[in-house]
Design a binder for this molecule. Structure first.
Ligand code: C5P
Length: 231
């Protein structure tokens, strides 16, 4: 059954990571970005989308920052404890969803998402779910393990997988449980691909970046400023 009007839609935000690659003392989802924490931008964006019923956020066990966010007490927000891996955090958050709900899973670390990207995902989603993605633009090389090129990879059909990713909550939960210890599961779609699903690729905006390295913060700030001036 495809996503349709009237079905409950819950956003799921894994935010239990420590963001090792940022090299900062506080988890990256709490780093300041244009005057607010990264996670505050992400939650605000999801909570203000008219089609999203509730937002479930998975936090780390030691999280001492969340209660300071303006969104912390929002009536449509549900807080759960995350797990050791991103997929564990998503699986634990999915337990809060009604059986018939659809889950829109979005990384805490992607604060520049626009409502029109969510709208495109909802509009184009088929029976086997959908993900936001962007076609690969650069020439792609596979390395030989010692820093040299082994060969060039055909980029024609290659896409970057972004979030949000939209799936029926029950099927996604079953797939993540079945493949719980598989380290190749780095997004929601990959769990369902292992179950034989072929989710739809929906071309998303290029500014929906994941804040991973310190330099990404400056870029994210520019994208947020540009979005504000568009309004
Ligand atoms: O580290 P990375 O950027 O790939 O993490 C993607 C998202 O998954 C982040 O929002 C992070 O907080 C979340 N995560 C999680 N639980 C973990 C690890 C990562 O919720 N155990």
């Amino acid at each position: 059954m495809s996503f349709a009007a009237g079905q409950p839609l819950y956003a799921v935000v894994p935010a239990a990571g420590v963001g090792k690659r940022m090299g900062s003392a506080i988890p990256k989802q709490y780093l300041p970005l244009a005057g607010r924490a990264i996670l505050s931008h992400t939650l605000g964006l999801l909570l203000s989308h008219p089609r999203i019923d509730k937002v479930v956020v998975a936090l780390g066990a030691e999280d001492g920052y969340f209660s300071d966010l303006a969104e912390a007490g929002h009536p449509d927000l549900i807080v759960v404890s995350g797990g050791a891996e991103r997929s564990d955090s998503v699986r634990l958050a999915l337990a809060e969803l009604p059986e018939e709900a659809w889950a829109l899973v979005h990384d805490a670390a992607r604060p520049c998402l626009h409502h029109d990207d969510i709208d495109a995902l909802l509009a184009q989603c088929g029976a086997q779910g959908a993900i936001l993605a962007s076609p690969v633009r650069d020439t792609m090389k596979r390395a030989n393990g010692v820093g040299n090129i082994d060969h060039t990879v055909e980029r024609e059909a290659l896409w970057h997988a972004l979030t949000p990713q939209l799936f029926p909550a029950k099927a996604l939960s079953q797939a993540l449980t079945e493949h719980q210890h598989n380290r190749a599961i780095t997004d929601e779609a990959s769990a369902l691909e292992l179950c034989g699903w072929t989710p739809k690729l929906v071309a998303g905006r290029a500014d929906n970046i994941k804040v991973t390295h310190p330099d990404d913060l400056r870029l994210a700030e520019l994208f947020l400023a540009a979005a504000r001036s568009e309004q």
